[in-house]
Design a binder for this molecule. Structure first.
Ligand code: AMP
Ligand code: MG
Length: 300
């Protein structure tokens, strides 16, 4: 079997597993949003390097191509959809230097979810169960394909370890995330990252954040980012100002935030990164049938 066929079959299984998993847990599946006046600013986040946001001018409105659905997830929670998920396509026009990371695409999808009134511990539990079940299913149903790819996928055990970003920076320096990913034998959580305004700062400990990343072992890097969310208008405005973002770009979101958002927590797990980890592919572009690698021209 050709590798591209194997990766496509694995992707299909990952999508089916993700959809079934969240439906079985009572989540409501939303349609993805592609164009909107508001999208994730993706910054300031040391993990982001987009050179611009894709935009379309349509009937006098400036609409952005979705970089992530975080703001829409908060709006959907506010509308009373208490547990939701989306297979959400994201366009992130990443810097061409990211061609070589093996982990970056400029078009990819997330399994993106959000839960009203949840705390970070709820997300740890949910996503550990998710990943354990996914690995089990892939090993059971795709044993032959994994063999053809020469991939020895290790079993994973819960609970995953948790490390603060401060501790990892002390131990590994600037490249802490990748160094830890290479070092660790099991997936692990990194907690408290200073990044976008919508991730909640710990009210008890300013300068610490109620957010988390899930990281794959064996050097496959980040799997998921998520957080408990800022829902109070005053905190959102203060942080948007602090990040020097143009608040007029978030006007429709801010109007709703002023009327009141509901506390929530959630995250987004990259589909192609899951397939890369499961299959052991050298480059994430290899798992896409229609390759979207920053710095490579698009063939079809
Ligand atoms: P973020 O909230 O920005 O961390 O994005 C959520 C998840 O989407 C990440 O943890 C990755 O699994 C995936 N992801 C983010 N950016 C990219 C990218 N440029 N290429 C492929 N996957 C990505
Ligand atoms: Mg991230």
């Amino acid at each position: 079997m050709k590798d591209e066929k194997i990766y496509t079959k694995l992707t299909s299984s990952v999508l089916k597993y993700s959809t079934d998993f969240f439906h079985e847990k009572g989540f409501v599946q939303l349609m993805p949003v592609i164009l909107s006046p508001v999208t994730d600013p993706l910054g300031p986040d040391p993990g982001s390097s987009v050179i611009k946001t894709g935009e379309v001018e349509y009937l006098g409105q400036k609409l952005s191509l979705t970089q992530s659905m975080i703001l829409h997830k908060q709006i959907a929670i506010r509308a009373g959809i208490e547990k939701l998920f989306i297979i959400s396509p994201n366009i992130r026009l990443e810097h061409p230097k990211r061609k070589k990371t093996g982990r970056h695409l400029f078009e990819f999808s997330q399994v993106d979810f959000e839960i009203a009134h949840a705390k970070k511990e709820d997300v740890y539990k949910l996503m550990e169960e998710f990943l354990v079940g996914l690995v089990k299913k892939i090993k059971k149903e795709h044993n032959e394909e994994l063999g053809l790819l020469d991939r020895k996928l290790p079993d994973i055990k819960t609970p995953f370890s948790k490390f603060t970003t401060t501790k990892l920076k002390e131990r590994y320096g600037k490249e802490w995330e990748m160094s830890a990913s290479i070092e660790e034998k099991q997936p692990f959580w990194t907690i408290s990252h200073k990044r976008e305004f919508y991730d909640k700062e710990d009210p008890e400990k300013p300068g610490e954040y109620l957010n988390y990343d899930l990281v794959y072992p064996e050097g496959f890097g980040e799997a998921l980012s998520g957080a408990e969310r800022e829902h109070e208008f005053s905190s959102i405005i203060r942080k948007i100002k602090g990040d020097e973002l143009d608040k007029t770009r978030y006007a429709p979101y801010l109007e709703l935030a002023k009327k009141g958002l509901i506390p929530s927590a959630g995250g987004g797990c990259g589909v192609e990164r899951m397939v890369r980890y499961l299959s052991g592919a050298k480059h994430i572009g290899d798992v896409q049938l229609f390759r979207r690698v920053p710095g490579e021209s698009v063939l079809v």
